[in-house]
Design a protein around this ligand. Structure first.
Ligand code: 16G
Length: 194
């Protein structure tokens, strides 16, 4: 914990990159520093060089994203607000080995409430069995609660239902469906109007 604070206070120089969100938000919700050299922290603009996209490639198709495209998306997420990408870094090798994202949606319903979305949960297959998935999901869940979201939701593969149920997510009776319409595009990063 003490080392984590020292690291936070040292992140002002350009070489340290830019954090997606205020790391102090994690102090209350995550067990930031583990004895084995693993830290929880916000996504950083330097994480392109720390294997972040390769990690996401263990979840789904990422595409061939250039560093410029990564940084462009990073800065848009940061300036729009509501994006909290938490990463786990192995300080022993300087690689990002786990991640989960909280997206906070602003609503009119529920008294102008906030709804959290848990997205893109992934742990490097070489690090499985260390409870990192559980820790990073709980960090997102706690963060959503501390940001006053009225609920947090997710979609997942059927085989992962027991994992998420073990972390307090429920399939609400009569309200447990996830539906999709997919829109294939040749090059979403260039065509996006965002
Ligand atoms: C899973 C993820 C979702 C991600 C999707 C990618 C969690 C809880 N769910 O459903 O966030 O966007 O996989 O799959 O991490 P896709 O490439 O088929 O859209």
């Amino acid at each position: 914990m003490g080392s984590f604070r020292a690291q936070v206070s040292n992140t002002s120089s350009e070489a340290d990159g830019i954090e997606l969100f205020n790391p102090n938000l994690l102090e209350r919700v995550a067990n930031q520093l583990r004895g084995d050299g693993l830290i929880f922290r916000p996504l950083n603009s330097r994480d392109f060089d720390k294997g972040f996209l390769q990690l996401l490639g263990q979840l789904t198709d990422v595409g061939n994203i250039t560093k410029d495209q990564f940084l462009n998306r990073f800065h848009r997420m940061k300036s729009s607000g509501g994006y909290y990408v938490i990463v786990v870094e192995d300080l022993n090798c300087g690689k990002v080995i786990g991640s989960a994202t909280l997206v906070v949606e602003q609503k009119f319903i529920h008294s102008c409430g906030l709804r959290g979305h848990l997205e893109d949960v992934v742990v490097n297959s070489e690090y499985r069995g260390k409870q990192l998935g559980k820790l990073v999901v709980m960090a997102v869940k706690n963060l959503a609660k501390s940001l006053q979201c009225y609920k947090i939701t997710l979609e997942c593969k059927d085989r992962l239902i027991p994992f998420y149920e073990s972390l307090g997510f429920k399939r609400e009776p009569g309200n447990a469906n996830s539906m999709h319409a997919r829109f294939p595009h040749d090059n979403p990063a260039e065509q996006s109007r965002l």
